[in-house]
Design a protein. Structure first.
Length: 657
């Protein structure tokens, strides 16, 4: 007999049996279950027996009736449902048929449940229209109707649960419960394709109580049956014979497998069967289960789309903090940028050549950010910074226990960059062994983790860079010729900074503005004399060195201008040497300022150096150790300079004052 068990309040545990064909809940004293609660209407809701099923009907109450926290107007109840009316929660326990023949009068069944805020009651008439819900049916028609309503109810529930699920296992849990409840399925299995897509692995299993009791004797599902189902558009069915052997296509069906496909490619196979009872899986059951698997595919797509949007949002946030602008006025660099933009539209490997500090990674990021892969990861690896064994693990990953110290599985850079761009910096320093494995990946698009046997397909665009002349390395036998031609589908050569002097003033001002926003400084501009010195330097470290020079000068500067004395000594010495061979006037520069600033620019290098050393020493409070560190020289050299200038004692006096 169906019943309702009180779950809240002082009368928790009270059982209310449904002895008649209806049960009325409300605040009125005429109700079968009286709820003394101001949040309950006089006639709030009623339960009706309808052809062997139990229907909960809300009587247009003010605050609504809830089943499993979902507001309803009317719904069929299932075992375990929780019904909330006002502040009282009931649990529905399904039983046999309603015993209408032995029903007692309503007055004898009345149960009063107290709730906070007791109020008076008034008599209200029951809406007779609710009686019209009764359907006169019997026999097979009644059983069919009940089965249809049960499946519709289950499908509604599964839709709600799937919408709340965020992982595949949570979705499969919901579908397995629905299959067991609505179709009586004893075993629910889900298979996923192997990473090589050549076999199928069991990913999920759910057993009914009956199947769990004899789990050891359940027949295993042949993988050939799963593989056959994966190739079909419709369900593949069969039965277990008395010898627990699978007979495909033989009725009555006791086992069915469905392929879950996306773009006509199988992504999963769901298999259900009744190996214990051998109860048949009917055509209606098959249609119902097929609908469930389609719901699974829809929800998987939704979750993947949300994950893709989340990943894209993360990439965009990271990119917003990056600076991949390439500043130039040089015609050669403009041609390089034009080639970069055209290369970004293609998906071929690119080899970037240039000296250290010319901006090879910057060009690689531009290739990625202007390509179709920009929403996917950009992963950079410095091949020269890792030894041979660690480089392979870094690129391809490793399985747990692959080598000493491999305590867990590690995903390699190729897998992390799947769908995006992998930047291999200093590829010329890669070992021959790593070169051979890299060549295989570029040819086949497949990798294997160290210590693993599975083939993993990856879709990665490889952009390589080196400061070596790979043609010469190939001739020496240090670099594989086949790999060289594989990564050199398109070649971009970056000229050194000394070959594009027109970019020095532009880059210097750009770095100054960039650093001024990052660090507080009174400096507003670069003095013309300082720019002359910068133009006279040869920059072995290229653009990176120029940026470091500007940053160092900002640390030492205290006025509105970056002056020559703020520059490193090697820059000053190189500029003086160049000035003796070729006057500054050769380079078009702004006119120098007049007045005291012009006189200071005419001082000798020794005077500028002496003044700078004394200023740093004073700023360091007379500490020669700190001053030597800031100046980038040894303490011995600093002592010799102070002795040479005759300032050793005066420096200490100035620091104290």
């Amino acid at each position: 007999m169906p019943k309702f068990v009180v779950r809240t309040g002082p009368q928790t545990g009270t059982e209310i049996e449904m002895r008649g064909e209806r049960l009325l809940f409300g605040r009125s004293e005429e109700c079968d279950v009286v709820l003394a609660d101001p949040n309950v209407s006089r006639n709030h809701a009623q339960v009706l027996e309808l052809n062997g099923m139990v229907l909960l009907y809300d009587l247009n109450s003010s605050n609504g009736t809830f089943v499993n926290d979902i507001p309803i107007s009317r719904t069929f109840l299932m075992d375990g449902d929780e019904i909330r009316i006002g502040n009282t929660v009931f649990k529905f326990v399904a039983g046999g048929s309603v015993a209408t023949s032995s029903a007692a009068p309503a007055a004898e069944q009345t149960i009063t449940i107290a709730s906070p805020g007791t109020v008076g009651t008034e008599l209200a008439a029951l809406d007779n229209n609710t009686r019209l819900l009764r359907i006169e049916a019997g026999g097979a028609e009644e059983s069919t109707l009940k089965d249809v309503y049960l499946k519709l109810k289950t499908l509604y529930r599964i839709s709600v649960e799937l919408f709340q699920s965020t992982t595949l296992d949570e979705m499969l849990d919901a579908i397995a419960r629905a299959a067991q409840l609505a179709a009586g399925i004893e075993r629910f299995l889900c298979y996923l394709p192997d990473e090589g897509a050549e076999s199928w692995n069991l990913h999920y299993s759910h057993l009914s109580t009956k199947a769990k009791s004899c789990q050891a004797t359940l027949p295993p599902i042949p993988l050939s049956f799963i593989a056959s189902a994966a190739e079909r558009e419709e369900a593949l069915a069969g039965r277990w014979n008395h010898a627990k052997e699978l007979e495909i296509g033989v009725e009555p069906y006791t086992i069915v497998a469905f392929a879950v496909k996306r773009n006509k490619q199988p992504v999963a196979v769901v298999c259900v069967d009744n190996p214990v009872s051998a109860d048949p899986v009917t055509k209606d059951d098959i249609d119902f289960l097929a609908t469930l698997t389609r719901q699974l595919l829809v929800r998987l797509r939704q979750v993947e789309q949300v994950d893709a949007l989340r990943q894209e949002n993360l990439v965009l946030r990271q990119r917003s903090g990056e600076d991949f602008a390439i500043v130039t006025q040089d015609d050669c660099m403009k041609a390089v940028m034009d080639l970069t933009m055209r290369a970004a539209e293609r998906d071929c490997p690119v080899l970037i050549l240039g000296e250290t500090g010319t901006g090879k990674e910057l060009v690689a990021r531009s290739l990625h950010n202007f390509s179709r892969r920009r929403a996917k990861p950009f992963v950079a690896v410095n091949c020269a910074a890792l030894p041979d064994t660690l480089l392979e693990s870094e690129l391809f990953g490793h399985e747990k226990g692959a080598f000493t110290g491999a305590l867990e599985r590690r995903i390699g850079k190729f897998e992390l960059a799947d769908g995006g761009t992998l930047f291999l910096d200093e590829i010329g320093d890669m070992s021959p062994t790593a070169q051979a494995k890299l060549l295989r990946v570029l040819q086949d698009g497949e990798i294997q983790r160290l210590g693993g046997n599975k083939i993993i397909r990856v879709n990665v665009r490889v952009v390589a860079a080196t400061n070596k002349k790979l043609e010469q390395e190939v001739e020496k036998g240090n670099f594989r010729q086949d790999l060289y031609y594989r990564i050199r589908v398109l070649e971009i050569i970056l000229p050194p900074l000394r070959e594009r002097p027109a970019d020095i003033p532009v880059l210097a001002k750009y770095f100054l503005d960039q650093l001024r926003h990052r660090f507080p400084t009174p400096v507003r501009a670069i003095h013309p004399d300082t720019m002359r010195v910068l133009l006279g330097y040869h920059y072995p470290g290229n653009v990176r060195e120029l940026k470091n020079i500007i940053e160092r000068a900002l640390v030492l500067a205290s006025g509105e201008f970056l002056l020559p004395e703020h520059l490193p000594r090697e820059v000053l010495e190189s500029a003086v040497s160049a000035d003796r061979q070729e006057p500054y006037a050769v380079h078009p520069l702004p006119q120098p300022l007049s007045g005291p600033q012009q006189e200071s620019s005419l001082r000798s290098l020794a005077e500028v150096e002496r003044e700078h050393i004394m200023r740093v020493l004073k700023a360091c409070g007379g500490s020669k150790v700190q001053a030597a560190t800031v100046l980038g020289i040894s303490r011995t050299t600093l002592y010799e300079k102070l002795k040479e200038y005759g300032e050793e004692g005066k420096a200490q006096h100035d620091a104290n004052t």
